[in-house]
Design a protein around this ligand. Sequence first.
Ligand code: ATP
Ligand code: MG
Length: 402
Amino acid sequence: MEFDHILIRYGEMALKGKNRKKFYSKLQDNLRNTLAEFPGIKVKRTQGRMFVLLQGHDPNPVMKKCKEVFGIQSLSLAIKVPNDEQQIKDAALYALTNSENTKTFKISVKRIDKSFPIGSQEFNREVGAHLLINSSDYTVDVHHPDLDLKIEIRTEATYLTSEVIKGAGGFPVGTSGKSLLLLSGGIDSPVAGYLAMKRGVAIEAIHFHSPPFTSERAKQKVFDIASELTNYGASINLHIVPFTKLQQLIFQEIPDRYSMTVMRRMMLRISEAICKKESILSMTTGESLGQVASQTMESMNAINEVTNYPVIRPLITMDKLDIIDISKKINTYDISIRPYEDCCTIFVPKAPKTKPQREKVSYFESSLSYEEILQDAVDGTEVIKFTKDKRNKEDEKFQDLF
Ligand code: ATP
Ligand code: MG
């Protein structure tokens, strides 16, 4: 006998009918993907419950992986036994005597299968007595037990679970549509992508690259970040936009104070074109109100004018320190702080306008013939697919570039 199952709980969400079905099957798919590195492991659904069948694998690394999957409220290791009085008692004794640092325990029986002959209360007492009789070092504590053993008698089997471990919460990635994440090499945009994924959004990413002003190493940062983000969604397509010509044009033709605003508008225009091409319905950015000159209310108003696609800004009200905390947790921080320049830092004016006006930006843009160059950028966009399995291969491939 052993803890050979993981019970997956997905809090009661206000989901109805079809949505609920989609939620369950996405969660099952995502779990299978995440656990692909453990051969033979199974993810099963039975009547309102989901289980990972460990098939001989050490539970700890598997639990660790499961804790990163969005849509899971909590998880517990579980023993599965037939609905047989004696076998349930034996399993309870096994769970107690194999529980570390345990002196006190509590039993909670829940009889869902009413054909089981003994009522919850009565069986509770019987199992408790069995444990006390067959072991010597333990006492019952119903308020603060070291081991809180739950016994759920269901139609198909009985499950015994102990510790309840918190899951990542949110919704399974892929249940809330898809968004195009504007991914720089900085700290913020990967966190924005992570938070969008937490709400169930699948991500494609877009990066504006300006060689030779930005190096291959700057691009590598973005590859590494995209790879890291595949830990939360199965795969990520990264669109690399050749942005040099457009940036040079802006740099030459637009007054310094407005070049940043125009550049951001170009980014959104190109992003919208890619969205249309890929049937993606929104964009996501790492903007946070007041963080830098380009992230004022006026600036967002002026930038946003060029698209009527929703622009999701998960970090908009967050403090930098809280954003940094998340970036450390998701392992993108160390990549983001590598000191390579991105296209914005290269062309950034000394004193960008903090309160740009729509009318003025439009006026400056009206004398700029950018349409063809913009279209070339869209057409010249290269797509790289990052998946968990491909991750190492991609890394090796790009090592060759240096
Ligand atoms: P980040 O830390 O994400 O780079 P930031 O604080 O540096 O953000 P900005 O440089 O103003 O802020 O960029 C705001 C947002 O614009 C970024 O979060 C990102 O979504 C997008 N962005 C900026 N530069 C690029 C780029 N080269 N490619 C793709 N998106 C970009
Ligand atoms: Mg940046």
